[in-house]
Every structure is written in C-alpha cells, then in structure tokens.
Design a protein around this ligand. Structure first.
Ligand SMILES: O=P(O)(O)OC[C@H]1O[C@](O)(COP(=O)(O)O)[C@@H](O)[C@@H]1O
Ligand SMILES: [Mg+2]
Ligand SMILES: [Mg+2]
Length: 345
C-alpha cells in the first residue's frame, strides 16, 4: 500500500468554499486559551436565528407574513408581522444556550429577564431594522450588541447590567438581508463579514478584516426633513452637494451603514425640531454600529460626543447619529458645531 501526502487542489473545477462562520468563531476563541466558549456559542445561536429569519424574509411575499401586525411597539411605531416573528426567533435562540441572562429588544417595552441567572451576557437587539421596507422588497437588517453583565453571575439581574455604555460591548454585529445575506460582527479585534450560501446553509468568510475608507463621497440622510435640520447640518449638506457627492438613502439603517462602510460615506439621522433626540435607538441601533464603525477605522458621534461614551439613562433612549468615514464625520462636526440649533417647528 502506498501512502501519499495531501496536496491541495486549487482547480477551477472545484473552488474551495472557504472558511465557515463556525470555524472562524472557533479559531478566534482559540486565540484566548482561557475563554469558556460561551461567547462563541452565543454568536452561533445568533447566526442560527439569522438563518431562520432569512428564510422567513425570503418567503414573506408568499407566506402571508408581510404587512402590518396590527399593533404598535413601545416606540409607537406600527409593528410589521416580520418584526414580531424576528423578535420571537431571536429571543428564543438566546434562551436556548444558557449564556444570556437578559434581552433588550426594540419590540419589547421592558427588559426580558430570561430567568437564567447563570447567564453571563446581556443582549440588546433590533430584530428587524428598516421594517417599513419589508413590503416593498428592499434590504432590511438585524442589529445586536452583547455585554457582559456587571453583577455577579448567579444573582438576579440589575439595571446596571443593562444600562452600560457602548464602550463596554464585548461583541456587536449586524445582518443585512439584501441581494445576498451577510453577517458582519466584531468582538473588538477587527471586523469580519460573512456571506450566506443558501444552498449549503452556511455563512462563509467573504469580507475579512473590513476597513472603512478614511474619506468618502456618499451622504445618506432623509433630506425630506431638511427644513427641521440645524443650519449647520444644512450647510454641511450644501457642501456635499457643491462637490457633487452622491446622495444615497435606503431608509434601512443597516443597509445604508453597510454601503458606506464599504464605499466610504456618512449616514446622518440628526436631532430635528420634531425629534430633538433624533430617531434611532442608542442601545440596539447606534451602539452596535458605532462599535463596528470604530473597529473598522470609521467614527460615530451624536453631534457632541462619541456614541460609545454615552451613559444610557433609559431602555429605549434615542440619539442623533452621525456615523461613517472618519474625515466625513469630522467635517460634518465642524459645520454642526458652528450652528447646531435646530429650526423651530
Ligand atoms: O423614515 P426615516 O425617518 O428616514 O427613518 C429611517 C430610519 O428608521 C429606521 O427604519 C428605524 O429602524 P426600525 O425599522 O428598526 O424601526 C432605520 O432603519 C432607518 O434608517
Ligand atoms: Mg431599526
Ligand atoms: Mg426594528
């Protein structure tokens, strides 16, 4: 019998499918010899729920799960059926593994205590972002933040476990249900993106060590509301236009953020006369994306301070958000700082 060593075959007839998300998570865990593996398992649980929500999203038009649910959430916004389905799917996935003790969700007015005091982690989640785009078949997303609880494991959860500034996140990510489905996440050691291969049911590493361009030429803001923006912000937008930058606004934060992260740009949802706190939620929208932005070399601010430094005071707190390529955010701030008084109603 002859034995021969394996020589990788790179034939174009059978391209290598690459590194799966599971394998990648395991490899990263091995970099920390004392890691318990709980965070890894939690990330895998989220990835599994993502695959289910991806399935529901893809067949929404067929399965009568599009459209309004008939109730409003704590934000006073009309819930879509998929908002509710995604919330159930993610919350259920987070209860399964035993790593999570509490969940904060856009769709639940109170903290969900999973009655699992041995869970080390708290998760804040926007199960479905951009849900007004579901019925018109436009990209939507999921956003999540993971925190380590600060009170001792085994004791009942407390408010301080939940109300942590974004700088305390141990991991954060988003999923984009777009022309392909992608999961992008960070554990504070760079940002990596994975594309879903539907036929294999696996996420594969497609965007290793993502870096945002330092500068860009795309601005994303709902200009329909510009009458209510500050003079400074309108002056910045005029400057973008005088340079013939591209205006791009999908109306799904995840999709707008993702495009700008790859191509270079700024996303703005400012304070307005109508909404002095802005619209986006600190705990489960702004914080996760700010963490990812910074890890990719971009920046995020509320107009006066770094998003990650904001100490939350309430669960569904809103914040203005200026996020994207570092130079664009800095330039926007130089205008906004000059005159950040929003126009009267
Ligand atoms: O329609 P507007 O006011 O421009 O708001 C759009 C923004 O609101 C959001 O849809 C809020 O997200 P939800 O769908 O999770 O409530 C963002 O994704 C988006 O960027
Ligand atoms: Mg959202
Ligand atoms: Mg949502």
């Amino acid at each position: 019998m002859k034995i021969k060593p394996y020589i990788p075959n790179d034939s174009s007839l059978a391209y290598s499918v690459g590194v799966t998300l599971d394998r990648f998570i395991k490899k990263k865990q091995d970099d920390f010899p004392f890691a318990s593996g709980e965070l890894s398992q939690l990330l895998r649980d989220i990835a599994l729920a993502t695959k289910i929500v991806n399935r529901e999203t893809n067949r929404a038009g067929l399965a009568n799960i599009g459209g309004a649910f008939g109730q409003t959430n704590v934000q006073g916004e009309e819930q879509q059926k998929l908002d509710v389905i995604a919330n159930i799917r993610f919350t259920r996935a987070l209860t399964k593994g035993g790593e999570v003790c509490a969940v904060v969700s856009e769709e639940d007015d109170e903290v969900i205590d999973l009655q699992n005091s041995s869970g080390k982690y708290v998760v804040a989640i926007d199960p479905l972002d951009g849900s007004s785009n579901i019925d018109v078949n436009i990209s939507i997303g999921t956003i999540f933040s993971i925190y380590r609880r600060v009170t001792p494991v085994g004791s009942p959860i407390q408010l301080e476990d939940i109300m942590q500034p974004g700088s305390k996140q141990v991991a954060a990510g988003y999923v984009l249900y777009g022309s392909s489905t992608m999961l992008v996440y960070t554990t504070g050691c760079g940002v990596n993106g994975f594309t879903y291969e539907q036929s294999l049911g696996e996420f594969f590493l497609s965007h290793p060590e993502m870096k945002a361009p330092e500068d860009g030429k795309i601005f994303s803001v709902n200009e329909g509301a510009s009458k209510t923006f500050s003079k400074g912000l309108n002056a910045y937008l005029d400057t973008c236009k005088s340079r013939e930058y591209s205006a791009r606004y999908i109306g799904s934060l995840v999709a707008d953020f993702h495009r700008n992260l790859l191509k270079g740009g700024i996303y703005i949802y400012p304070e307005t006369a109508k909404n002095p706190e802005g619209k986006l939620r600190l705990l489960y929208e702004a914080n996760a994306l700010a963490f990812i932005a910074e890890q990719a070399g971009a920046a995020a601010t509320d107009g006066s301070q770094r998003i990650l430094d904001i100490q939350p005071t309430s669960l569904h707190q809103r914040t203005p958000l200026y996020i994207g390529s570092k130079k664009m955010v800095e330039e926007a701030m130089s205008f906004v700082g000059k005159d950040n008084v929003v126009a009267a109603k």
